[in-house]
Design a protein around this ligand. Structure first.
Ligand code: GRF
Length: 208
C-alpha cells in the first residue's frame, strides 16, 4: 500500500476527510505520518485520535526555510512516504523541498486556479465579485499554486454570501475532491503530461 505524509498547520478538516475515506475503505493508502509546524494545530489531535503517527516541527526553531525543510524531508523520508499531502500547510515551500519530492506533492487550493492563488483565496474571490468559485487539487511545482491541476469543483456565490459562507461552501467540496484526488493517485491513474494531468480510466486502457 502506498504511503502518504500529511503536512498541516491548523484545524485539519481536509485531513479528517482523508482519514474518513481511509477508514471507510474507499481510499486504500497508509497515512504514515502527520507533521505540523504549529504545536497547537488541531490536526495533530485528529492524528492522535486515529492512531496516526504525528510530529511537530516548528519552523520557528530553524534559522531559515531551507534548514526547516531539510528537517521536514528527513522526517518524511524516515517514514518512506510516496506522496506529500498538503492539508492547510501555511508555509511556502522552496525549490529544495519541491525538487526533492518532484511530482510527489499534492495541494488543495480554495479557488478555481489559476484565479486567486496565494493566501485568502476565498476572500479574494468574494471581493472580486465572481459568480462562481470553488477549489482545485494540484501537483505542486516551484510556483505558488501553479502546478498541474488534478480535480476542480465549482460552487455558486449567492447574493447573501460573505467570505465565510462562501468559504464553508467551498470547504464542503474540498472534502469531496481531496480524497477523490488521492484515490486516483493511489490507483496510479494520474499521469502528468506537461502542465496537464491525464486521468486514466480504472482499467488503465487510457480512455480516461
Ligand atoms: C483549506 O481552505 C485549504 O483549501 C487551504 O487551507 C485550508 C485548510 O483547512 N489550503 P483545513 O485545515 O483542512 O480545515
Amino acid at each position: 500500500m502506498k504511503k502518504i505524509g500529511v503536512l498541516l498547520s491548523g484545524g485539519g478538516s481536509n485531513f479528517q476527510s482523508i482519514i474518513d475515506s481511509v477508514e471507510s475503505g474507499r481510499l486504500k493508502i497508509e497515512i504514515a505520518v502527520t507533521i505540523s509546524n504549529k504545536e497547537d494545530a488541531f490536526g495533530i489531535t485528529r492524528a492522535q485520535n486515529h492512531g496516526i503517527p504525528s510530529e511537530v516541527i516548528k519552523h520557528s526553531d530553524y534559522p531559515d526555510r531551507e534548514q526547516f525543510e531539510e528537517r521536514l524531508i528527513e522526517a518524511l523520508d524516515g517514514y518512506n512516504v510516496d506522496l506529500v499531502v498538503l492539508a492547510g500547510f501555511m508555509r511556502v515551500l522552496t525549490p529544495l523541498f519541491v525538487r526533492h519530492f518532484h511530482h510527489r506533492i499534492i495541494n488543495i487550493h480554495p479557488a478555481i486556479l489559476p484565479s486567486f492563488p496565494g493566501t485568502h483565496a476565498q476572500k479574494q474571490a468574494f471581493d472580486y465579485g465572481v459568480r462562481f468559485s470553488g477549489c482545485s487539487t494540484h501537483f505542486v511545482d516551484e510556483g505558488t499554486d501553479t502546478g498541474p491541476i488534478i480535480l476542480q469543483a465549482i460552487v455558486p456565490v449567492l447574493p447573501d454570501d460573505d467570505e465565510d459562507t462562501l468559504g464553508s461552501r467551498i470547504l464542503t467540496e474540498e472534502h469531496r475532491i481531496y480524497p477523490e484526488s488521492l484515490r486516483l493517485w493511489s490507483e496510479g491513474r494520474l499521469r502528468i503530461e506537461g502542465r496537464k494531468v491525464k486521468i486514466l480510466s480504472s482499467d488503465n486502457d487510457n480512455n480516461g
